[in-house]
Write a new protein. Structure first.
Length: 354
């Protein structure tokens, strides 16, 4: 049996968490803690806070620190702080603020709008990484930033900067991703940063996903990845196909991410609130579609933030399949059959990256 990449250091299914706001638009720290605990009990192995889905661009530094500290102190899964911006000095300052408050690492996006050269990108990421002892995940999302982190730049940083340990890949380029995985130093990890590309990226060596759809299909996504790691490629493909409409709900031109993710959380009774401007308030029809999605997926309402009871921790109809490790298959993992998902979801007309 072929050997597949083991789980990443931050987990297999890492949720790029929304940031809950109150009715007045203020940061809801208690709501963030409640949501984080619920996600950790429903398939999330780790969390990213104040990333794109967390509306980082409309959070001030004090809000980000309060969010990171509260959630990191409330959950046992790894918490990654989004500290990147298009201002290197600001990114360095935020990264230093994240040090020592309990987070497990930082996520640093490529500078957006100013579109630096590859030489500038290398200097930027090096300066941020040198400001901390924390592991650094680079975030390559050219559809948002306007500038790709070239594979050679990424590989050079992975080789030369010891605490740059991973990339969140939302470049929609499986060929380049395969090159990075093949040439990267031992221990460097690639995470899918676009849910629609998770299975193809697993095939070239990704260790997991930093996901938006895991707010509502975290367990099913974990099952799909477990099937792939166990060598059940056909089962993983079937599970992925069953998730396509659920994944497609997360973004479209009329309701871009994170509007749909917040709508699903509201449909489940989870803290969410509306988005701050310029995203703004969601149209009423989005909440209607979110409720239909939740019903189609048979999602349980958020009545508790604790771990599910033992009897519910194994999905109905689960079967034991070998789990893959770095040295090959060993042990057994409970994996549910692929769900038959046919929600009334609007497909994206563009990227659904987080």
């Amino acid at each position: 049996m072929p050997t597949f990449a083991p789980p990443g250091r931050f987990g297999t299914v890492v949720t790029a968490m929304i940031t809950p706001f109150g009715e007045d638009g203020s940061l809801d720290v208690d709501g963030a803690v409640t949501l984080a605990r619920w996600l950790a009990a429903h398939g999330s192995d780790g969390l990213v806070l104040a990333g794109t889905t967390g509306e980082s661009s409309v959070l001030d530094d004090e809000e980000k620190v309060a969010l990171w500290e509260a959630v990191a102190g409330a959950v046992t899964v790894p918490v990654v702080a989004g500290t990147g911006s298009n201002d290197t000095a600001h990114s360095v300052r935020l990264t230093r603020l994240a040090q020592g408050i309990g987070v497990s690492g930082v996520l640093v996006v490529a500078p957006y709008y100013n579109r630096p050269s590859q030489h500038g990108l290398r200097q930027h990421f090096t300066a941020v990484a040198e400001a901390t002892d924390l592991p650094v995940i680079l975030y390559d999302v050219p559809v948002r930033t306007g500038r790709r982190i070239a594979p050679d730049t990424l590989l050079g940083l992975a080789r030369d900067v010891p605490n740059i340990v991973a990339v969140k890949d939302a470049a929609a380029d499986v060929v380049s991703a395969s090159r990075v995985v093949a040439a990267a130093p031992a221990g460097f990890e690639l995470y899918s940063g676009d849910d629609g590309y998770t299975l193809p990226l697993l095939a070239v060596g990704a260790v997991g996903a930093i996901s938006v759809a895991s707010h509502w299909v975290g367990r099913a996504m974990g099952d799909m990845i477990a099937r792939f790691r166990a060598g059940d490629v056909a089962g993983a493909a079937a599970a992925n196909a069953a998730l396509l409409d659920a994944v497609a709900f997360q973004s479209c031109d009329a309701t871009p991410n994170p509007l749909p993710a917040k709508a699903v959380c509201r449909a489940l009774g989870l803290p969410a609130g509306q988005c701050r401007l310029p995203m703004g308030t969601a149209p009423a029809e989005l909440d209607d579609r979110a409720r239909r999605l939740a019903a189609a997926l048979d999602l349980e309402p958020a009545t508790s933030t604790g771990a599910p009871p033992a009897a519910a921790s194994r999905a109905p109809g689960a079967v034991d399949v070998p789990s893959a490790t770095a040295d090959g298959p060993s042990g057994a993992t409970a994996v549910a059959p692929p769900p038959a998902v046919r929600p009334e979801a609007q497909r994206t007309s563009g990227s659904s990256v987080v």
